[in-house]
Design a protein around this ligand. Structure first.
Ligand SMILES: *Cc1c(COP(=O)(O)O)cnc(C)c1O
Length: 355
């Protein structure tokens, strides 16, 4: 039986998507050829890329609004430097809410001044900073919508005069937002969309082309746009699986529908974390809790062996917390069912009875 996969990333994908993806590896589109052995310039694959780009914009409500969707390589980590390459002329602002923001800041500093507009680093990133002042004259402001490792999520995004750039790797397509607030959104596929190996970049075309430095072709968003995201050989399999996931999401009713499911799953688990005296949450303020990654721990580590045995026996995978937080992390991405969350909650109740 398939495990209840709470892994933080790479993570659970819909079973129907895995089925279709595996079929395409053997025989794609009835061509009697594998998806991964045909030309990426073939009509069959170009259709996949076009459809994936179209669906991404559709799900974000950004069609015909001057945005372009790209499927690039190098992971979200490549975007840390590509963003700076394309936008940082003198000074950029960063909101530091976790390890990934911290890494983005490190890369941006190679290109210009970085102002940490707000940071929760002093408290091991257990909250989302609010009420900060955004200085004027920034080339852009960068934020991370969901902090995969610490389990916090931004609900109120800053109002800016400068371009707003967001790393949405771990909560893209999980909730409805006014995505037109953002000038560039990026997300590594492996958290809510597909296999590792491709990164979705959604960018408003008019904000590009403002820096004076020379940009190598592979680093230049404008080059990738001009080639319809086919400047070089794209990651054909990850793009195909991402397209299948985006189709799956559309059939389900889109982001608004999945958001309702995600809210129910998060409520079920957080209610148990709050109710059960054996557990405590990591995040300081309830309003900052991530609906994607719930971080929690045992109040008393003496129960660790019993709890770990119970959830493993229940068929749960990927529950250990990141080493910088410890404890547990239950990642509840789009494809995870509420039944899986119920299995975890039942195990938490069972350990309470045993204790
Ligand atoms: C996982 C993750 C990254 C890193 O993604 P890679 O594709 O491995 O480079 C960056 N940002 C966030 C928010 C993440 O969750």
């Amino acid at each position: 039986m398939k495990k209840h996969n709470f892994s933080a990333g790479p993570c659970i994908l819909p079973q129907s998507v895995l089925q279709k993806a595996s079929e395409a590896v053997l025989n794609f589109d009835g061509l009697d050829l594998s998806l991964i052995e045909i030309s990426h310039r073939s009509k069959n694959f170009v259709n996949v890329m076009d459809r994936a780009r179209e669906l991404a914009l559709e799900h974000l409500g950004l069609q015909n609004k001057g945005y372009q969707a790209l499927f690039l390589q190098g992971g979200a980590s490549m975007e840390f430097l590509m963003v700076a390459f394309n936008f940082l002329e003198t000074r950029a602002g960063y909101i530091n809410t976790g390890t990934w923001s911290d890494k983005a800041i490190k890369e941006a500093k190679l290109f210009g001044d970085v102002v940490e507009v707000a940071s929760s680093k002093g408290a091991n990133f257990n909250y989302i900073p609010k009420d900060y002042q955004i200085p004027s004259g920034l080339d852009y402001l960068h934020c991370t919508s969901n902090n995969t490792i610490f389990g916090t999520q931004i609900n109120n995004f800053p109002e800016t005069d400068c371009p707003l750039i967001c790393d949405m790797s771990s909560d893209i397509f999980s909730r409805v937002l006014d995505f037109s607030k953002f000038d560039l959104i990026y997300a590594g596929a492996q958290k809510n969309m597909g296999p590792a190996g491709t990164t979705l970049v959604v960018v408003k075309e008019e904000v590009l082309g403002q820096v004076s430095r020379k940009i190598p072709s592979m680093m230049d968003y404008k080059v990738h746009i001009s080639k319809d995201s086919m400047f070089n050989t794209p990651a054909v399999f990850p793009v195909y699986v991402s397209m299948l996931t985006l189709e799956w999401l559309k059939e389900l009713g889109g982001v608004a529908t999945i958001e309702k499911n995600n809210n129910k799953k998060a409520e079920l688990l957080y209610n148990e974390i709050d109710r059960n005296p054996l557990f405590k949450g990591f995040v300081a303020n309830k309003e900052d809790r991530s609906k994607m990654n719930a971080t929690f721990s045992l109040v008393n580590e003496d129960h660790k062996l019993d709890f770990d045995t119970l959830w493993t026996e229940a068929g749960i995978n990927g529950l250990n917390g990141h080493r910088s937080v410890g404890g547990y992390r239950a990642s509840m991405y789009n494809a995870l069912s509420i039944e899986s969350v119920q299995v975890l909650v039942d195990v938490m109740k069972e350990i309470e009875k045993k204790a």
